[in-house]
Design a protein around this ligand. Structure first.
Ligand code: AMP
Length: 116
């Protein structure tokens, strides 16, 4: 890893102050700076993983925790009944712009169905 830390590494190391909505020993969640829906929260591992391509079997607990935390935050934000979307973008075709694994939690309004 090069020494120039990307924005999410700086958030984890508290070099950048952001609105952290949840943190535990494995993951941190904070509001997206440019929300695409009324609720737009990013859930990231506390350790650096570049993309979904870089996950290993030892990360299974961490990846499960990311989903569990998404579900818990959705309940806390009261969007569990209306529904929400979780998204992980990977590399260029997946529209990943920040190369630090992150999961988007999007809710609070009707999303667009991108598959039909
Ligand atoms: P992606 O396109 O999946 O890589 O998403 C990166 C996301 O990070 C975008 O939704 C950005 O708005 C968001 N983002 C970039 N910088 C920050 C920041 N400093 N704090 C919170 N979210 C950020």
């Amino acid at each position: 890893m090069n020494n120039k830390k990307n924005i999410f590494q700086q958030i984890i190391s508290k070099k950048i102050i952001t609105n952290i909505v949840y943190q535990d020993n494995l993951v941190t969640a904070f509001n997206d700076i440019k929300p695409q829906s009324p609720i737009h929260i990013l859930i990231i591992p506390n350790i650096f993983i570049k993309t979904l391509n870089n996950i290993k079997s030892e990360h299974q607990l961490l990846l499960g925790r990311m989903l569990l935390v998404a579900s818990k935050i959705a309940k806390k934000k009261k969007i569990d009944k209306s529904g929400y979307r979780v998204v992980i973008n990977c590399n260029h075709h997946g529209c990943q712009t920040i190369f630090y694994l992150h999961m988007h939690l999007l809710g609070g309004r009707q999303g667009i169905n991108i598959f039909f």
